[in-house]
Design a binder for this molecule. Structure first.
Ligand code: PHE
Ligand code: ZN
Length: 840
């Protein structure tokens, strides 16, 4: 399909799409032309200008089949669409008065008949026509070429995209939009017009996204030598969107939560999310668009690489140490859980029922870790040589993960034969590390053993190639001998280190160099040493976490474990004048309830909650005066997004949390004070969250004030729902049930659904309420939402699929809900796949 021309006559109730395809027979065969379609009816079919009669074509499972005689033809089809009633948010749909599209992965077939697969690359010419008052702005991919007015208050615009692309990158937007316009000059001197299109009232909230875009464009030139390739780059924010954002060529479409930000409504985390997602979608222009995927099994080719790129960009824009800590926390929370459950799959999957279910933490975040390991093994120069070769060799092509690995091997000069198993084998490797010391010879020996549990369809596993950054600290001097990269390639392997008079202290998987679970028998004293002295910030954070995990896991298991080492380490950390605030806030944060559960053979949500709460109380009470002092430090300067200002807010919020946990009489009053006085959402929401955990009168007051202030601002009202769904409150399960009936709750907006039920299902203590009420509520939501938006419904299923990790009573209730979901007539493929795999 070398060329496609599309003619849209746009209207929310009824849109007409005429498509003209230049079709060329691909190889020597006599099969008919098959054009994918989903919920489409052909109104006209023509071949070389001649209308076909209905007996000259056929429908087969939504697809249009046309027997063709020659080698080349022009095929024309006409279909009618009803964007207004498209609640799946795939294809052409209406959102808040706009018309927009979402095609990845298989949405283009809901717009017109086409071979909807990513290895069919075509040049697009698109003409849009619409009512000029309702839709004054008409956007599509590529460059604008012509526009004009028509009678009856109508107008049109034509866009041409000179770069051949797969149809999943097609996009159009029509609506009444205002533009934050700017420009960027590329390294070769090309001037690019940048536009961020939003509702007029949202214009003041687009500055951060614009800055992030310009920074991304400069960063990709500097770090990868990649320059933008069209005269315009447009971004549109929409309120109803199934995922985060979409990298359509020259016309990125975003969930508005990743564009709009101002101090009054966005937290620092939101600001970082905007920066990271703007960068991610922009980076796809090379890793995804110029080089795309041959088929959807290769999804991580573009997603893993692009996540790696956006992670490094954000690290360069702010604190690299804190960014790594945050990224690892996300990986462990989302991807390690996926890898250890019924939905585990390789980074390059071998089968799927519904591709939308494979936009997972494994494809994205573990995929990024694979690229990170290759970059580590190669070093910056050779890694760059590898990516240069990859882009040069595959520009304009639909490539595979294997193509990427081969470019790394040839461009970087490395053998990745065994490393390829990372793409094939699902599951998280466990590495047991044992350090022994021989006083007579003065040598230390590190023995590493790796092991991977079976995953669905993969009963046995082969050893992986695992790059581990390691350092040994001399016990007497307190100094490390320096960082070394060890390659663990066998099931069991030993490494020897000379010249240690006394047993050294092991720092391993520094920087989280490999996405594995490390098991060591390091003492609390050694962990405490590392938490105060390790010169790798991630390892230092990790030592602190492990100290806490040892106490928590021991106590949940009924052991009396002393918490003195934890409290001393936290005291040392918060009083260390050399540490920056953001790092301190990360280091002193208790591991989540879910993470504690992951360390146990069976999750006991009530015991975990009580144990964690008790340790939080101890840390609060023992160090109360320090928390009070940290919280009392006022910020002299006006709101700023500097790393120092963000770090100060993060630490201040942590201090507020511990101060409240300490049981201090004035805790709620101090939190309410912060809530009322804050000039930014970071402090306001943190105060609200702290109050929401308790049962004070201030809790209700703050929630009411927040609601009344933001009830008309959907993105901020989401925070009101989310904060309550996340709350450590004994009644959360009932409160969430009530919130599901709130007039502002709706199933038609994915952000709202995620902020209530998505957040609730991530609140281990509340979701796993022994009554089973939490399971029933989430299942009810899945069943109701499946009829409206199956993609978003399917994303709520995995928490129910973790039943194997719980006691028999809870497991039985979870299974029963999965069965109830599966028994619904007309259940979508999306939810069917997730629920049936979850029961296996
Ligand atoms: N490709 C998008 C991204 O990662 C994600 C996405 C997938 C968006 C499917 C919409 C639909 O940037
Ligand atoms: Zn992406």
């Amino acid at each position: 399909m070398p060329d496609i021309a599309l003619y849209f006559v746009l209207d929310a109730a009824r849109t007409e799409v005429r498509s003209l395809l230049k079709v060329r027979r691909n190889g020597a065969h006599d099969r008919p032309l098959k054009l994918d379609g989903d919920e489409l009816t052909p109104l006209e079919v023509r071949v070389d200008g001649q209308p076909l009669t209905p007996d000259q074509w056929a429908m087969e499972g939504g697809a249009l089949i046309i027997p063709l005689g020659g080698e080349e033809h022009e095929v024309e089809t006409l279909v009618g669409l009803a964007p207004q009633s498209n609640s799946k948010l795939m294809g052409l749909y209406a959102s808040g008065g706009l018309l927009c599209t979402q095609c990845e992965a298989e949405g283009f077939r809901r717009i017109t008949f086409f071979p909807d697969r990513p290895d069919v690359l075509s040049r697009y010419s698109v003409r849009l026509e619409a009512d000029k008052r309702l839709y004054p702005v008409l956007l599509a991919n590529g460059d604008p070429v012509e526009k004009g007015d028509l009678p009856d208050g109508r107008h049109w615009a034509r866009w041409n995209d000179p770069y051949p692309k797969p149809c999943y990158l097609f996009a159009l937007v029509a609506g009444n939009l205002a533009c934050n316009a700017d420009s960027f000059t590329t390294q070769s001197g090309r001037n690019v017009q940048l536009g961020i299109w939003v509702k007029e009232a949202d214009l003041p909230r687009t500055a951060h996204a614009m800055q992030a875009l310009k920074n991304s464009m400069a960063w990709d030139e500097r770090v990868y030598g990649r320059e933008y390739d069209l005269d315009v780059f447009n971004i549109v924010a929409v309120a109803d969107f199934n995922f985060g954002a979409m990298e359509n060529k020259g016309l990125n479409i975003f969930n508005s939560r990743y564009i709009l930000a101002d101090p009054d409504t966005a937290t620092d985390l939101d600001y970082d999310g905007v920066e990271g997602v703007v960068a991610h979608e922009y980076f796809h222009n090379w890793s995804g668009n110029r080089v795309t995927c041959r088929d959807w099994f290769q999804l991580s080719l573009k997603e893993g690489f692009t996540v790696f790129r956006d992670q490094n960009f954000s690290a360069d824009m702010g604190s690299a140490a804190v960014k790594r800590i945050e990224d690892v926390r996300v990986l462990r929370a989302a991807q390690f859980q996926e890898d250890s459950g019924p939905l585990a799959h390789p980074v390059r999957p071998e089968s799927y029922m519904e591709i939308s279910n494979f936009y997972t933490a494994t494809i994205y975040n573990k995929g990024a870790e694979l690229i990170r390991m290759m970059a580590l093994m190669l070093g910056p120069e050779r890694f760059r040589a590898g990516t240069d070769l990859y882009f040069e060799r595959h520009d304009g092509e639909a490539a595979t993960c294997e193509d990427f690995v081969r470019a790394m091997e040839e461009g970087g000069g490395i053998d990745l034969a065994q490393f390829r198993r990372w793409y094939e084998q699902a599951g998280t490797p466990h590495v047991r590390a044992l350090l022994t010391h021989d006083a007579a010879s003065g040598t230390a020996e590190l023995t590493l053993e790796q092991h991977m549990a079976p995953t669905p369809g993969q009963p046995g596993k082969l050893p992986m190639a695992i790059p581990l950054r390691v350092a040994l600290f001399d016990r007497d001097s307190g100094k490390s001998r320096g960082d070394e990269l060890l390659m663990l390639t066998q099931a069991r392997q030993s490494f020897t280190f000379d010249d240690f008079a006394t047993p050294p202290i092991l720092s391993i998987n520094r920087g989280f160099s490999a996405p594995v679970i490390i098991e060591t028998d390091r003492s609390q004293a050694d962990l405490a040493f590392l938490s105060g002295h390790d010169d790798d910030p991630f390892a230092r954070y990790e030592a602190m976490q492990q100290l806490m995990v040892n106490v928590l896991v021991g106590r949940v298991g009924g052991q009396m474990v002393d918490d003195a080492a934890v409290i001393a380490a936290i005291r040392d950390t918060i009083t260390d004048p050399l540490l920056d605030s953001a790092f301190i806030a990360e280091a002193v944060r208790l591991p989540s309830e879910a993470y504690i559960g992951d360390q146990l053979a069976q999750v006991d949500p009530d015991a975990i909650h009580a144990t964690r709460d008790a340790l939080q109380y101890r840390i609060g009470a023992e160090l109360e005066s320090l928390w009070r002092a940290i919280h009392g430090k006022t910020q002299a300067n006006a709101f700023s997004l500097s790393p120092a200002a963000k770090g100060a807010r993060k630490l201040r919020n942590m201090a507020l949390l511990y101060l409240n946990a300490s049981g201090a009489d004035d805790g709620a009053a101090i939190a309410f004070g912060q809530f009322s006085d804050a000039d930014n959402m970071t402090e306001r929401q943190a105060a609200l969250a702290t109050l929401a955990n308790g049962t004070s009168a201030e809790r209700e007051a703050a929630l009411d004030i927040f609601y009344n202030r933001y009830r008309d601002d959907a993105l901020t009202l989401d925070k009101w729902f989310q904060t309550q769904a996340f709350a450590f409150h004994p009644d959360t399960v009932d409160l969430v049930e009530e919130l599901g009936r709130h007039p502002d709750f709706t199933l038609s907006n994915p952000n709202r659904v995620r902020s209530l039920y998505g957040a609730f299902a991530g609140n281990q203590w509340a979701f796993h309420h022994r009554s089973g009420k939490g399971y029933r509520m989430v299942a009810d939501c899945i069943i109701a939402l499946d009829k409206i938006n199956p993609q978003t419904a399917a994303r709520l299923v995995p928490p129910l699929g973790r039943w194997r990790r719980f006691d028999e009573e809870r497991a039985a209730m979870m299974r029963a809900e999965l069965q109830r979901i599966l028994s619904q007539p007309g259940l979508s493929r999306d939810v069917t796949e997730q629920a049936s795999k979850s029961l296996d």
